[in-house]
Design a protein around this ligand. Structure first.
Ligand SMILES: Cc1cc2nc3c(=O)[nH]c(=O)nc-3n(C[C@H](O)[C@H](O)[C@H](O)COP(=O)(O)OP(=O)(O)OC[C@H]3O[C@@H](n4cnc5c(N)ncnc54)[C@H](O)[C@@H]3O)c2cc1C
Ligand code: SF4
Length: 563
């Protein structure tokens, strides 16, 4: 393989694949590096067409595997059908100074194969909140800066959604919604009757409920509601890098993918004050290679992007590339998913869910939106799920079994479940840094995680419990139960910060265009760039920022010059 390219993108997951697609669309010769193996759409989804009885353990994970992988197996999505897309704990060690459940997917496609596909835009309120409560630095961009890129990403990936007209959660470019279940609809009506500031809406999700020309061009088809997406979808019914952005970029003939390429560091050239390429260690042969380019995009996933920068040391940057402010690795934040509430709804006994739900109901943030008026800062959104579970022992096989399963009386009552999705404050104390001695199998320093909850998270959770209980009571539900999963930060899998954007180089690393303040041909546009977390599932914003950053580079740097 040649060792010079016009652009290098580190990380072939959700955000990096968007950078690669945009660069290739603009004619830039791009190298997309990923530390994991290649995963080709269709060919490399080994379990996608397997029936439950074809799995040796009917999908379950044996105790010894849970013991060997105490972190990865915490993920609700880790089972016999999907486990090959998760990092195994022992193979990629890190040091938890404080507990942090670092769920990872190291392969071409990254975690875009595994995600739950929930996508919501930020609103201007979310960009303004840090300015209002002063608990984190101000964003250098506004909703208007990112809105056209949300449009672009949504149209391409396909988002099923309803036009809700809410200023707290702007509408986007939607495909038709599937709709809520009968219980979720009833809950929506109850909330509408009692609260003017709260709305229960259909959870926007990256599934093709209609196939537009742009999706047909990607070779993707209609979602069939199988809801086994984490095995890889043969229809391309949900957005993954593997089904969408990567094959699209490959068709341009401008993309080279190099899997099994562990990026050790980014090379900085003091004379030009530019990044000049990367150092790669081949995952299999352990050979060390240098590859040069005119621009480098860092999209290795939040904590790995932090790690690579911390490990990119030079005389000019002894504490990590671009780290003039000393802020690199600090102000890491996440979403607080610990607080849950369960209840029972005794209505609609004649109804069951027919088919499978690709999404859930969603209540956008309603606290501290326009002014700071709570005992805690920031706010939370709520995901609402309603389902009935079969109770009677189902008898027979074939048609007899099917008949039994479609009789509503064989099901227990509707169970309603609410999950807080709380914003956490990026704190200087919540940080990652390199271990001075421990190395991974490729000789790269291990990452230390020191990330924690705080008093604000506890106050917010208490508020959620009280509000969810009051709302459930208004809906007439019984058996209302508070749940604290006590899960460690990280299991939310919405990791953000450490390389944050800002207006001021003295307290941030990136400017308004995701360029490093001190090294303008290096862009970071995955979750590491986030100055605050808001409450929305973050990947849509990562993708929009990535598309925006790639186009900024094409328009403002000379990417085609000789290297
Ligand atoms: C079970 C689950 C459910 C989720 N649900 C949602 C959801 O509903 N909505 C939502 O918005 N988000 C969700 N997420 C989170 C979402 O998957 C991530 O936000 C998103 O994938 C992040 O994109 P990324 O490009 O930063 O990282 P990734 O998609 O993880 O891609 C990073 C890539 O970089 C590669 N890499 C890492 N280090 C190196 C290195 N040193 N050298 C070379 N390559 C490297 C990795 O192999 C990987 O392929 C979910 C995640 C999981 C696991
Ligand atoms: S639910 Fe839709 S996207 Fe998911 S696997 Fe099934 S067809 Fe594919």
């Amino acid at each position: 393989m040649k060792n010079t390219f016009q652009a290098i993108v580190i990380g072939a997951g959700m955000s990096g694949s968007w950078v690669a697609k945009e660069l290739c669309d603009r004619g830039i010769e791009t190298l997309l590096l990923d530390r994991g193996p290649d995963v080709k759409h269709l060919a490399d989804y080994p379990t996608t067409n397997m029936q439950p009885w074809e799995f040796e353990l009917r999908g379950r994970i044996p105790a010894k595997e849970v013991e060997a992988n105490p972190i990865a197996t915490q993920c609700y999505n880790y089972y016999e059908g999907s486990k090959h897309f998760f990092v195994k704990d022992a193979e990629h060690p890190y040091v938890q100074e404080k507990p942090f459940s670092w769920i990872r997917g190291y392969q071409v496609g990254g975690k875009s194969l595994l995600w739950a596909r929930q996508v919501q835009r930020w609103s201007q309120y979310d960009f303004d909140t840090p300015k209002m409560d002063k608990k984190s630095i101000e964003w250098p961009i506004s909703y208007q800066d990112i809105a056209p890129w949300y449009d672009k990403v949504e149209e391409f990936i396909g988002v099923s959604g309803a036009y809700d007209g809410l200023d707290t959660l702007p509408d986007g470019k939607f495909l038709k919604p599937v709709g809520l279940s009968v219980v979720e609809n009833q809950f929506r009506d109850v909330i509408k009757e009692h609260y003017s500031d709260r709305h229960v809406i259909y959870g926007r999700c990256a599934h093709l409920t209609e196939v537009k020309d742009i999706h047909r061009q990607q070779g993707r088809g209609l979602c069939q509601h199988r809801v086994i997406c984490e095995r890889g979808c043969p229809f391309g019914g949900y957005f993954s890098a593997n089904a969408s952005t990567i094959p699209w970029a490959l068709r341009s003939n401008h993309l080279t993918i190099r899997p099994n390429s562990v990026v050790e560091s980014i090379i900085y050239d003091e004379n030009s004050e530019q990044a000049k390429g990367v150092v790669v260690i081949d995952r299999l042969s352990k050979e060390r290679i240098e590859i040069k380019s005119n621009v480098v995009f860092l999209n290795a996933g939040t904590l790995n992007s932090n790690l690579i920068l911390l490990n990119s040391k030079s005389a000019r940057f002894p504490n990590g590339l671009g780290n003039d402010s000393g802020m690199l690795g600090k102000f890491v934040a996440f979403h607080n998913y610990r607080a849950r509430m369960d209840a029972v709804c005794h209505d609609f006994k004649d109804r069951v869910i027919d088919g499978k739900n690709i999404t859930n109901a969603y209540m956008p943030r309603f606290k501290n939106v326009k002014k700071q008026d709570q005992a805690f800062v920031r706010g939370y959104a709520i995901a609402i799920f309603a389902n009935r579970y079969i109770q009677e022992e189902t008898k027979g096989i074939g048609q007899e079994l099917l008949d039994q399963m479609t009789i509503p009386a064989n099901y227990g009552p509707w169970r309603v479940h609410a999950m807080m999705m709380g914003e956490t404050i990026p704190k200087e104390s919540s940080h990652v840094r390199l271990h001075e001695e421990l190395k991974d199998p490729w000789g790269i320093p291990q990452l230390i995680t020191n990330i924690d909850y705080d008093e604000n998270d506890a106050l917010m959770a208490e508020d959620f419990y009280q509000e969810a209980e009051a709302m459930f009571k208004k809906a007439g539900y019984t058996d209302i139960t508070r749940i604290d999963t006590k899960q460690a930060p990280g299991l939310d899998i919405h990791h953000m910060g450490g390389v944050r954007m800002g207006t001021n180089p003295s307290n941030s690393l990136l400017n308004a265009d995701n360029q490093m303040h001190a090294c303008k041909n290096l862009y970071v546009s995955d979750g590491a760039c986030m100055s605050s977390t808001a409450t929305q599932n973050p990947s849509l914003t990562f993708m929009a920022l990535s598309a925006r950053a790639a186009n900024h580079a094409v328009e403002n740097l000379d990417l085609k010059k000789n290297i």
